[in-house]
Design a protein around this ligand. Structure first.
Ligand code: LMR
Length: 396
């Protein structure tokens, strides 16, 4: 069997990291995968996480299995982060959360769940979207379609195109929205646009599926949840796939959540009972450590305060890198207006660099960015900024 297999293409994001590791250029910079770097160029464990891990080590008495839906207190904490303290969907027991291995695990559980229980529905994805979205859903057998999102000419949201496409979607279709910090464009709908979008989803009976991987990386924990909370106000049913890789720096612990909101507590109970077999037949039950860390931090006022401080520092630093990047390009004689980069949210910047320029950055300078032109701004540092701007000026 193996003899007949052809070579699969490398992953467009994680495959770059593999190539980067073999790159001989001593000045190489990896701005491909979305990983945050501090001023020293490292991705250290957050102090709040380290303290939580110390306490967990002292308290830990068993490594027995978690339930299928994961860590028992994690779900309640996640629902508070997503919807806000005391939200009516939580009070009325309409929300159920499964703790999953990363945000990708949450997406895959959702994909299998949709395929099993709504096989005729399509999933609408933004054009462009995270490189892995289509593959995760198509891999589970879910048909996907694209709605317009990015207007390259104005470097802004193509809101009328988005509304027109979603207005023509069939009732029962699912629509994936990035709750904040759209990956890869960094462009999010304005509050008023969220209202219109949510009203349209409700009116057309479309199922909102919010991918929420960057809560706290845009404007703040509460501010970044505003779009989701608008959708909850309009739509009786929705699914949220959230990730704690970035905002807790827990990348390799794989901690995420799939939360469903149903129109009633009874429907939530029935729907969630159908999520459990999806998990059981996939990875059985999730790994415990990451969710235990997140739960402990969210449970303990002191750790929570420390974590929020560290999250604010990451967000502020990314904004500063955006400013320095735009100023650096101008200093290196780039005439093109790159000020849009300071208006984008989250880790990424959709730079507008073409495939040829992306390749030239790699070949000539050892600078790795995703083929779409997506740059991980959170991977820039004071130390690599000048080299980076000089290289981009050269390939432009
Ligand atoms: C990214 O978009 O770079 C991150 O979400 C990491 C990944 O798994 O692709």
């Amino acid at each position: 069997m193996f003899e007949s297999l052809t070579l699969a293409p490398a992953d467009p994001i994680l495959g770059l990291t593999e190539l980067f590791q073999q790159e001989p250029n001593p000045r190489k910079v990896n701005l491909g995968v979305g990983v945050y770097k501090n001023a020293a160029g490292g991705t250290p464990v957050l102090a709040a996480v380290q303290e939580a891990e110390r306490r967990l080590l002292d308290q830990s008495t068993s490594k027995t299995y978690l339930p299928i839906a994961g860590h028992p207190q994690f779900g309640a904490h996640i629902q508070t982060l997503l919807f806000g303290a005391g939200h009516r969907v939580v009070r009325s027991n309409r929300a159920r959360t499964a703790h999953t291995p990363g945000g990708t695990g949450a997406l895959r559980v959702t994909a299998d769940f949709l395929h099993r229980h709504s096989p005729a529905s399509k999933l609408w994805l933004s054009d462009p979207t995270w490189e892995n979205h289509r593959a995760v859903f198509a891999g589970a057998g879910v048909e996907t379609a694209l709605y317009p999102y990015y207007d390259a000419a104005t470097r802004s949201l193509d809101f009328s195109g988005m509304l027109a496409a979603l207005g023509a979607a069939s009732p029962g279709d699912a629509v994936l929205l990035h709750a904040c910090c759209h990956n890869p464009t960094g462009i999010d709908p304005e509050p008023e646009q969220w209202e219109q979008l949510a009203a349209l989803l409700a009116e057309r009976s479309l199922l909102p599926l919010l991918d929420f991987a960057y809560q706290g990386f845009g404007h703040g924990l509460e501010e970044d949840a505003a779009g989701l909370r608008t959708v909850v106000r309009h739509c009786p049913e929705l699914i949220v796939c959230s990730s704690y890789s970035k905002n807790f720096g827990l990348y390799n612990e794989r901690v995420g959540a799939m939360t469903l909101v149903a129109a009633s507590a009874e429907a939530a109970e029935r729907a969630f009972s159908n999520v459990k077999p999806v998990i059981r037949t996939n990875y059985s039950n999730p790994p415990a450590h990451g969710a235990a860390v997140v739960s402990l931090i969210l449970d303990d006022p002191d750790l929570r305060q420390r974590w929020e401080g560290e999250l604010t520092a990451m967000r502020t630093r990314i904004r500063a890198m955006r400013e320095q990047f735009v100023a650096g390009l101008a200093r290196h004689g780039v005439n093109r207006d790159f000020s849009f980069i300071t208006r984008q949210n989250g880790m990424f910047s959709f730079s507008g660099l073409g495939r040829g320029q992306v390749q030239a950055l790699r070949d000539r300078f050892g600078i790795y960015i995703v083929g779409s032109g997506r740059i991980n701004v959170a991977g820039m540092t004071e130390g690599n900024m000048d080299y980076l701007c000089e290289a981009i000026a050269a390939v432009l």
